[in-house]
Design a protein around this ligand. Structure first.
Ligand SMILES: Nc1ncnc2c1ncn2[C@@H]1O[C@H](COP(=O)(O)OP(=O)(O)OP(=O)(O)O)[C@@H](O)[C@H]1O
Ligand SMILES: [Mg+2]
Length: 507
């Protein structure tokens, strides 16, 4: 195969798939640079374009700065600053017109500002404007190895589609940032942590979570986070605080399941000297400490009944007393709580006060289990792979086979389990690629993909996996007598023999 095959032969399905992935990636987190970087990576991996680069016009200085690139080092990135009209990128931004340079070595206007192409003899360069309603926000450019027989029209077309998707994403992000900055100015405080760069999710359900978080973060509304263990409740609680209207106040967390009743009470409300044996000094409780900030009541479903009444009072009246204290204290802390328990069922069974439930459940946010949002697996896997290999100073990749296995596992421990698994894999990796054989045993043994979600398999693969399982089971229950097994499966012995060969099942 000719490695410089003409672009026109590019597989239309692969191209569409790449475009969809890019579109999804652009909204996959609140960190716009990260999203753009990943999008450039997809262009490279799926469409063979090298050095995808997004340059954006700074709305204030009008300077053109590289916002994200694939295939450039940090230093090369920092050199990538242009003025409108300067070089190819500057011309594209100034004119709003696409430019194609067949061979950069023959183009005097090509500045090679980033000095990243020492040998520019055989490189083609395409740069398209990122435009929204006539306004040029920047440019999207890519390199391709020069080939006389290659028409660059195809690249131009794809890049123009992607540029328009980027335009929308960038505009959305700028508007968001602008609104946040405005809000801050009005309150006279500067907030740095408005983004949620560590929270990943492309699925519709996580996008919905982001939307609600963005909406309620700046309010004082009481929030109840629901979801199985390891789905990110604590992470979202932090995000609510750091995006919230009181990010300067403290974030005070308490795990209501971790302490026995009397200690929990003392921790929540504090105590005065002499309140009980061992209370040798006054001690403020968490509600006092959280003034001006957020109190996070983790595992709130585990608060014992007697304490539920006291908690209800804080929620209703914002008042409480320290143990052994006579003074009534107040708190203005925003209350965020979380639980993985079925509070509705507990209420019905009389284990959880219904009035408290309604007070806590003002804005419920449900974090779906990972098995219900498998679309998020590839991004999460990549996110953790990147994070842990950066920490380890290595550059570990996943083999396609290992990826498939990770995709079909149901992740009962949700993101926490995935995170721990990825960390272990990176730390234990002997070479640069993690293969299927490196995966933990329970992950390899698992061969019952979640039927509803398809386990990341294609329909054919899933049907085959199921056939294989049923055949093995039938052989087992029929003591390996094939005629009997075939009958129990409702097929002929010949069909069974054929399928056993197909699936490599030994007698
Ligand atoms: N969307 C996400 N993107 C990236 N990391 C995530 C995401 N959700 C969760 N994590 C990570 O997964 C781990 C578990 O999350 P977290 O502790 O928030 O779960 P939890 O719902 O509070 O679980 P539990 O009920 O067991 O306390 C954390 O390390 C967190 O950073
Ligand atoms: Mg938690």
């Amino acid at each position: 195969m000719d490695s410089n095959a003409p672009t026109s032969t590019r597989d239309a399905a692969a191209e569409l798939e790449a475009l969809l992935q890019v579109a999804q990636t652009l909204v996959s987190s609140f960190d716009v640079d990260r999203n753009l970087r990943r999008a450039m990576r997809i262009l490279h991996e799926q469409l063979g374009l090298s050095r995808g680069t997004v340059a954006l016009v700074d709305p204030e200085t009008r300077e053109i700065r590289i916002a994200a690139a694939y295939g450039l080092t940090r230093q090369q990135l920092a050199r990538g600053i242009y003025r409108p009209g300067e070089g190819v990128v500057g011309r594209v931004v100034a004119s709003g017109q696409t430019m194609v340079v067949q061979r950069v070595s023959e183009e005097p206007m090509f500045l090679n500002r980033t000095a990243s192409r020492p040998d520019k003899a055989d490189i083609s360069f395409v740069s398209v404007p990122i435009k929204l309603r006539g306004e040029v926000l920047g440019s999207l450019s890519a390199d391709r190895v020069f080939n006389k027989s290659v028409s660059l029209d195809e690249d131009v077309r794809v890049l123009e589609i992607i540029a328009s998707t980027i335009a929308h994403a960038v505009r959305l992000y700028w508007t968001y940032r602008h609104e946040v900055a405005e809000g801050d100015r009005m309150r006279g405080e500067l907030r740095r942590r408005y983004a949620m760069p560590n929270i990943i999710g492309e699925s519709d359900s996580m996008q919905e979570v982001f939307r609600i978080v963005g909406k309620v973060a700046r309010s004082q509304a009481t929030i109840l986070l629901r979801g199985e263990s390891g789905t990110g409740k604590e992470l979202i609680a932090h995000a609510l605080h750091y995006q919230g209207s009181k990010p300067k106040g403290p974030f005070i967390a308490i795990n209501c399941a971790a302490l026995p009743e009397n200690l929990l009470e003392a921790e929540l409300f504090g105590y005065d000297k002499g309140a009980f044996t061992g209370a040798v000094a006054n001690k403020p409780g968490r509600f006092e400490l959280a003034r001006g900030g957020t109190i996070f009541l983790d595992e709130v479903g585990d608060v014992p009944p007697a304490l539920q009444a006291k908690l209800l009072r804080v929620l209703q009246e914002r008042t409480f007393e320290r143990l052994g204290g006579t003074k009534t204290l107040t708190t203005d802390a925003r209350i965020v709580s979380a639980t993985n328990r079925d509070l509705e069922a507990m209420s019905k069974a009389g284990e959880f006060r219904e009035d408290l439930y309604w007070r806590l459940n003002v804005v419920p946010i449900f974090l779906p289990p990972l098995r219900d949002r498998r679309e998020d697996l590839p991004v999460l896997i990549e996110f953790f792979l990147e994070r842990f290999s950066r920490a380890a100073g290595s550059d570990v990749k996943l083999s396609a086979d290992a990826m498939r296995r990770l995709m079909s596992y149901p992740w009962p421990g949700n993101i926490r389990e995935l995170e721990n698994t990825m960390q272990r894999l990176v730390v234990l990796a002997d070479d640069d690629e993690i293969g299927a054989r490196d995966l933990p045993m329970h992950l390899l043994m698992h061969d019952a993909p979640d039927e509803t979600a398809g386990g990341g398999l294609t329909l054919d693969e899933e049907v085959e996996a199921m056939e294989r399982r049923r055949i093995i089971a039938a052989l087992r229950t029929n003591a390996n007598v094939q005629a009997k097994a075939a009958r129990s499966l409702g097929i002929t012995a010949r069909q069974l023999g054929y399928k056993m060969r197909k699936y490599d099942i030994e007698e």
